[in-house]
Design a protein around this ligand. Structure first.
Ligand code: NAD
Length: 298
Protein backbone atom coordinates (compact mmCIF):
# COMPACT_ATOMS: atom_id res chain seq x y z
CA UNK A 1 0.00 0.00 0.00
CA UNK A 2 1.03 3.60 -0.50
CA UNK A 3 0.83 5.11 3.00
CA UNK A 4 1.10 8.74 4.08
CA UNK A 5 2.77 8.90 7.53
CA UNK A 6 2.88 12.07 9.66
CA UNK A 7 4.81 12.19 12.97
CA UNK A 8 8.17 10.39 13.06
CA UNK A 9 9.07 10.70 16.75
CA UNK A 10 10.09 8.05 19.30
CA UNK A 11 7.10 5.92 18.34
CA UNK A 12 6.27 7.02 14.79
CA UNK A 13 9.75 6.46 13.33
CA UNK A 14 10.06 2.79 14.29
CA UNK A 15 6.41 2.18 13.32
CA UNK A 16 7.06 3.70 9.89
CA UNK A 17 10.19 1.54 9.50
CA UNK A 18 8.12 -1.57 10.13
CA UNK A 19 5.65 -0.53 7.41
CA UNK A 20 8.60 -0.20 5.00
CA UNK A 21 9.99 -3.60 6.09
CA UNK A 22 6.62 -5.14 5.33
CA UNK A 23 6.67 -3.91 1.75
CA UNK A 24 4.52 -0.78 2.00
CA UNK A 25 5.70 2.44 0.35
CA UNK A 26 5.73 5.54 2.54
CA UNK A 27 5.24 9.27 1.97
CA UNK A 28 6.47 10.78 5.23
CA UNK A 29 6.27 14.16 6.92
CA UNK A 30 7.56 15.51 10.24
CA UNK A 31 8.57 18.97 11.42
CA UNK A 32 12.01 17.54 12.23
CA UNK A 33 14.42 17.42 9.30
CA UNK A 34 16.57 14.87 11.14
CA UNK A 35 13.60 12.53 11.51
CA UNK A 36 12.84 12.90 7.79
CA UNK A 37 16.45 12.34 6.74
CA UNK A 38 16.70 9.20 8.80
CA UNK A 39 13.48 7.74 7.38
CA UNK A 40 14.50 8.65 3.82
CA UNK A 41 17.58 6.46 4.35
CA UNK A 42 15.23 3.61 5.21
CA UNK A 43 13.42 4.09 1.89
CA UNK A 44 10.57 6.55 2.54
CA UNK A 45 9.73 9.43 0.21
CA UNK A 46 10.09 12.73 2.08
CA UNK A 47 7.24 15.25 1.79
CA UNK A 48 7.05 19.00 2.37
CA UNK A 49 3.71 18.97 4.22
CA UNK A 50 0.97 16.67 5.58
CA UNK A 51 -1.01 17.63 2.47
CA UNK A 52 1.71 16.23 0.22
CA UNK A 53 2.09 13.10 2.38
CA UNK A 54 -1.64 12.43 1.98
CA UNK A 55 -1.78 13.08 -1.77
CA UNK A 56 -2.20 9.80 -3.72
CA UNK A 57 -1.98 7.82 -0.47
CA UNK A 58 -4.23 4.79 0.00
CA UNK A 59 -4.08 5.20 3.80
CA UNK A 60 -2.84 7.97 6.11
CA UNK A 61 -1.32 7.30 9.56
CA UNK A 62 -0.64 10.03 12.15
CA UNK A 63 1.47 9.62 15.32
CA UNK A 64 1.63 12.99 17.06
CA UNK A 65 2.05 14.26 20.64
CA UNK A 66 -1.46 15.55 21.46
CA UNK A 67 -4.90 16.49 20.08
CA UNK A 68 -3.84 20.05 19.13
CA UNK A 69 -1.14 18.63 16.83
CA UNK A 70 -3.60 16.18 15.26
CA UNK A 71 -6.06 19.01 14.62
CA UNK A 72 -3.48 21.17 12.91
CA UNK A 73 -2.05 18.29 10.85
CA UNK A 74 -5.57 17.48 9.67
CA UNK A 75 -7.05 20.93 9.11
CA UNK A 76 -4.23 23.39 8.27
CA UNK A 77 -4.07 24.83 4.79
CA UNK A 78 -1.23 22.36 4.10
CA UNK A 79 -2.94 19.66 6.14
CA UNK A 80 -3.99 16.09 5.41
CA UNK A 81 -7.60 16.95 4.56
CA UNK A 82 -6.41 19.40 1.90
CA UNK A 83 -4.55 16.64 0.06
CA UNK A 84 -6.30 13.36 0.73
CA UNK A 85 -8.52 11.67 -1.88
CA UNK A 86 -12.14 10.94 -0.90
CA UNK A 87 -12.65 7.46 0.52
CA UNK A 88 -9.12 7.15 1.95
CA UNK A 89 -9.00 6.27 5.67
CA UNK A 90 -7.01 8.22 8.28
CA UNK A 91 -5.66 6.20 11.23
CA UNK A 92 -4.54 8.26 14.22
CA UNK A 93 -2.32 6.37 16.68
CA UNK A 94 -1.60 9.36 18.96
CA UNK A 95 -2.97 9.20 22.50
CA UNK A 96 -5.67 11.90 22.65
CA UNK A 97 -9.04 12.35 24.38
CA UNK A 98 -11.98 10.34 23.06
CA UNK A 99 -14.09 13.47 22.42
CA UNK A 100 -11.42 14.94 20.12
CA UNK A 101 -11.18 11.64 18.24
CA UNK A 102 -14.94 11.73 17.71
CA UNK A 103 -14.79 15.37 16.59
CA UNK A 104 -11.99 14.59 14.11
CA UNK A 105 -14.06 11.69 12.73
CA UNK A 106 -16.90 14.15 12.02
CA UNK A 107 -14.52 16.60 10.33
CA UNK A 108 -13.04 13.83 8.19
CA UNK A 109 -16.50 12.48 7.31
CA UNK A 110 -17.44 15.91 5.96
CA UNK A 111 -14.52 15.47 3.51
CA UNK A 112 -15.63 11.94 2.60
CA UNK A 113 -12.95 10.26 4.71
CA UNK A 114 -13.12 7.85 7.63
CA UNK A 115 -11.06 8.64 10.74
CA UNK A 116 -10.05 5.79 13.05
CA UNK A 117 -8.56 6.13 16.54
CA UNK A 118 -5.90 3.46 17.05
CA UNK A 119 -3.69 4.37 20.03
CA UNK A 120 -1.00 1.91 21.06
CA UNK A 121 0.64 0.37 24.08
CA UNK A 122 3.98 -1.39 24.20
CA UNK A 123 6.32 1.61 24.27
CA UNK A 124 9.28 2.35 22.05
CA UNK A 125 10.55 -1.24 22.43
CA UNK A 126 7.25 -2.61 21.13
CA UNK A 127 7.26 -0.05 18.31
CA UNK A 128 10.74 -1.17 17.19
CA UNK A 129 9.93 -4.87 17.52
CA UNK A 130 6.57 -4.52 15.75
CA UNK A 131 4.77 -5.98 18.77
CA UNK A 132 2.52 -3.05 19.74
CA UNK A 133 -1.05 -3.49 20.92
CA UNK A 134 -3.45 -1.36 18.87
CA UNK A 135 -6.71 -0.30 20.55
CA UNK A 136 -9.00 0.52 17.66
CA UNK A 137 -12.19 2.59 17.55
CA UNK A 138 -13.87 1.82 14.22
CA UNK A 139 -16.81 0.09 12.60
CA UNK A 140 -16.31 -3.64 11.94
CA UNK A 141 -15.92 -2.98 8.21
CA UNK A 142 -13.28 -0.32 8.68
CA UNK A 143 -11.49 -2.46 11.24
CA UNK A 144 -11.27 -5.32 8.76
CA UNK A 145 -9.85 -2.89 6.18
CA UNK A 146 -7.05 -1.49 8.34
CA UNK A 147 -6.17 -4.45 10.62
CA UNK A 148 -3.71 -6.03 8.12
CA UNK A 149 -1.75 -2.77 7.88
CA UNK A 150 -1.67 -2.36 11.67
CA UNK A 151 -0.45 -5.96 11.81
CA UNK A 152 2.82 -4.78 10.25
CA UNK A 153 3.42 -2.61 13.34
CA UNK A 154 1.82 -4.65 16.12
CA UNK A 155 0.85 -8.15 17.11
CA UNK A 156 -2.30 -7.51 19.14
CA UNK A 157 -4.90 -5.61 17.10
CA UNK A 158 -8.13 -5.18 19.05
CA UNK A 159 -11.39 -3.53 18.02
CA UNK A 160 -12.59 -1.79 21.21
CA UNK A 161 -15.83 -0.42 19.74
CA UNK A 162 -16.82 2.52 17.56
CA UNK A 163 -14.96 5.83 17.14
CA UNK A 164 -13.31 7.01 20.36
CA UNK A 165 -13.38 3.63 22.13
CA UNK A 166 -9.73 2.92 21.30
CA UNK A 167 -8.83 6.09 23.21
CA UNK A 168 -11.17 5.12 26.06
CA UNK A 169 -9.31 1.80 26.43
CA UNK A 170 -5.93 3.54 26.24
CA UNK A 171 -6.61 6.23 28.85
CA UNK A 172 -8.24 3.77 31.28
CA UNK A 173 -5.18 1.50 31.03
CA UNK A 174 -2.78 4.38 31.58
CA UNK A 175 -4.87 5.71 34.47
CA UNK A 176 -4.39 2.34 36.16
CA UNK A 177 -0.70 2.21 35.23
CA UNK A 178 -0.06 5.65 36.78
CA UNK A 179 -1.74 4.46 39.98
CA UNK A 180 -0.04 1.04 40.20
CA UNK A 181 3.41 2.54 39.56
CA UNK A 182 2.87 4.98 42.42
CA UNK A 183 1.64 2.17 44.66
CA UNK A 184 4.66 -0.02 43.95
CA UNK A 185 7.00 2.95 44.52
CA UNK A 186 5.32 3.58 47.87
CA UNK A 187 5.48 -0.05 49.04
CA UNK A 188 9.08 -0.60 47.89
CA UNK A 189 10.21 2.64 49.58
CA UNK A 190 8.45 1.81 52.83
CA UNK A 191 9.99 -1.68 52.87
CA UNK A 192 13.47 -0.28 52.25
CA UNK A 193 13.02 2.33 54.98
CA UNK A 194 11.94 -0.40 57.40
CA UNK A 195 15.08 -2.38 56.61
CA UNK A 196 14.05 -5.26 54.32
CA UNK A 197 16.29 -6.12 51.36
CA UNK A 198 14.40 -4.56 48.37
CA UNK A 199 15.10 -7.67 46.25
CA UNK A 200 13.53 -9.92 48.89
CA UNK A 201 10.52 -7.60 49.12
CA UNK A 202 10.10 -7.48 45.32
CA UNK A 203 10.32 -11.28 45.21
CA UNK A 204 7.55 -11.58 47.80
CA UNK A 205 5.32 -9.00 46.07
CA UNK A 206 5.84 -10.71 42.71
CA UNK A 207 4.66 -14.06 44.06
CA UNK A 208 1.90 -12.53 46.19
CA UNK A 209 -1.28 -10.53 45.79
CA UNK A 210 0.46 -7.18 45.19
CA UNK A 211 2.02 -8.37 41.93
CA UNK A 212 1.44 -6.23 38.82
CA UNK A 213 3.34 -5.09 35.69
CA UNK A 214 4.75 -2.15 37.64
CA UNK A 215 6.25 -4.56 40.19
CA UNK A 216 7.38 -7.53 38.11
CA UNK A 217 8.39 -6.02 34.75
CA UNK A 218 9.06 -2.34 35.40
CA UNK A 219 9.87 -2.14 39.12
CA UNK A 220 10.70 1.49 40.06
CA UNK A 221 13.31 0.44 42.66
CA UNK A 222 16.85 0.42 41.15
CA UNK A 223 18.47 -2.96 40.59
CA UNK A 224 15.33 -5.12 40.85
CA UNK A 225 14.61 -5.57 37.14
CA UNK A 226 17.75 -5.29 34.99
CA UNK A 227 15.85 -4.15 31.87
CA UNK A 228 13.71 -1.54 33.65
CA UNK A 229 14.51 2.20 33.37
CA UNK A 230 15.07 2.23 37.18
CA UNK A 231 18.24 0.19 36.55
CA UNK A 232 19.62 2.74 34.04
CA UNK A 233 18.97 6.09 35.72
CA UNK A 234 15.31 6.30 34.66
CA UNK A 235 16.20 7.02 31.02
CA UNK A 236 14.76 5.68 27.76
CA UNK A 237 11.27 4.67 28.83
CA UNK A 238 7.86 6.33 29.02
CA UNK A 239 8.37 9.97 30.01
CA UNK A 240 6.69 11.22 33.18
CA UNK A 241 5.30 14.19 31.26
CA UNK A 242 3.55 11.81 28.83
CA UNK A 243 2.05 9.94 31.80
CA UNK A 244 0.96 13.31 33.19
CA UNK A 245 -0.69 14.08 29.85
CA UNK A 246 -2.55 10.76 29.86
CA UNK A 247 -3.76 11.26 33.46
CA UNK A 248 -5.00 14.69 32.36
CA UNK A 249 -6.93 13.05 29.49
CA UNK A 250 -8.47 10.58 31.96
CA UNK A 251 -9.40 13.41 34.36
CA UNK A 252 -10.99 15.40 31.54
CA UNK A 253 -12.95 12.42 30.23
CA UNK A 254 -14.04 11.55 33.79
CA UNK A 255 -15.25 15.13 34.33
CA UNK A 256 -17.37 14.86 31.18
CA UNK A 257 -18.83 11.56 32.36
CA UNK A 258 -19.31 12.89 35.95
CA UNK A 259 -17.36 9.85 37.10
CA UNK A 260 -15.02 10.12 40.13
CA UNK A 261 -11.35 9.11 39.78
CA UNK A 262 -10.04 9.56 43.34
CA UNK A 263 -6.72 7.73 42.95
CA UNK A 264 -6.19 8.99 39.40
CA UNK A 265 -6.54 12.61 40.57
CA UNK A 266 -3.96 11.99 43.31
CA UNK A 267 -1.60 10.25 40.89
CA UNK A 268 -1.98 13.21 38.51
CA UNK A 269 -0.87 15.59 41.26
CA UNK A 270 2.11 13.37 42.12
CA UNK A 271 3.32 13.30 38.49
CA UNK A 272 2.70 17.04 38.28
CA UNK A 273 4.94 17.50 41.33
CA UNK A 274 7.59 15.38 39.61
CA UNK A 275 7.29 17.57 36.52
CA UNK A 276 7.48 20.76 38.61
CA UNK A 277 10.68 19.37 40.20
CA UNK A 278 12.23 19.29 36.72
CA UNK A 279 11.97 15.50 36.35
CA UNK A 280 9.23 15.33 33.71
CA UNK A 281 11.73 14.07 31.13
CA UNK A 282 12.64 11.02 33.22
CA UNK A 283 10.83 7.71 32.92
CA UNK A 284 7.58 7.79 34.89
CA UNK A 285 8.86 5.14 37.35
CA UNK A 286 11.15 7.89 38.75
CA UNK A 287 8.01 8.88 40.72
CA UNK A 288 9.79 6.86 43.43
CA UNK A 289 12.01 9.93 43.97
CA UNK A 290 9.06 11.48 45.85
CA UNK A 291 9.51 8.69 48.42
CA UNK A 292 13.29 8.19 48.27
CA UNK A 293 15.36 11.37 48.23
CA UNK A 294 17.83 11.42 45.30
CA UNK A 295 16.47 8.09 43.98
CA UNK A 296 16.45 9.46 40.43
CA UNK A 297 20.15 10.26 40.67
CA UNK A 298 21.17 6.73 41.73
P1 NAD B 1 7.45 12.31 20.13
O1 NAD B 1 7.36 13.64 20.76
O2 NAD B 1 8.72 11.53 20.21
O3 NAD B 1 7.08 12.42 18.55
C1 NAD B 1 6.12 13.27 18.02
C2 NAD B 1 6.58 13.68 16.61
O4 NAD B 1 5.55 14.48 16.03
C3 NAD B 1 7.86 14.51 16.61
O5 NAD B 1 8.79 13.93 15.71
C4 NAD B 1 7.39 15.88 16.15
O6 NAD B 1 8.37 16.57 15.37
C5 NAD B 1 6.18 15.51 15.32
N1 NAD B 1 5.24 16.61 15.13
C6 NAD B 1 4.71 17.44 16.06
N2 NAD B 1 3.89 18.33 15.47
C7 NAD B 1 3.90 18.06 14.15
C8 NAD B 1 3.26 18.62 13.02
N3 NAD B 1 2.44 19.67 13.13
N4 NAD B 1 3.51 18.09 11.81
C9 NAD B 1 4.34 17.03 11.68
N5 NAD B 1 4.99 16.46 12.72
C10 NAD B 1 4.76 16.97 13.93
O7 NAD B 1 6.24 11.46 20.75
P2 NAD B 1 6.09 9.85 20.79
O8 NAD B 1 6.77 9.33 22.00
O9 NAD B 1 6.43 9.32 19.45
O10 NAD B 1 4.52 9.73 21.08
C11 NAD B 1 3.56 9.96 20.07
C12 NAD B 1 2.19 9.64 20.67
O11 NAD B 1 2.18 8.26 21.10
C13 NAD B 1 1.83 10.48 21.90
O12 NAD B 1 0.46 10.78 21.85
C14 NAD B 1 2.14 9.53 23.07
O13 NAD B 1 1.34 9.81 24.21
C15 NAD B 1 1.80 8.19 22.47
N6 NAD B 1 2.52 7.03 23.05
C16 NAD B 1 3.85 7.13 23.37
C17 NAD B 1 4.49 6.03 23.92
C18 NAD B 1 5.96 6.08 24.29
O14 NAD B 1 6.45 5.16 24.97
N7 NAD B 1 6.72 7.09 23.85
C19 NAD B 1 3.79 4.83 24.13
C20 NAD B 1 2.45 4.75 23.76
C21 NAD B 1 1.82 5.87 23.21
Amino acid sequence: MKIGFVGLGNMGAPMARNLLKNGHSLQAFDLSEDALRSLAQAGAAVCASPKQAAADAELVVTMLPAAAHVRSVLTDEQGVLAGIAPGVTIVDSSTIDPASAQAFAKLAAAHGNAFVDAPVSGGTGGAAAGTLTFMVGASETLFAEIAPVLGAMGKNIVRCGDTGMGQVAKICNNLLLGITMTGVAEAMSLGAALGIDPKVLAGIINTSTGRCWSSDTYNPYPGIVETAPASRGYTGGFGADLMLKDLGLAAEAARGAKQPIFLGALAQQLYQTMSANGQGGLDFSAIIALYRHHAAQQ
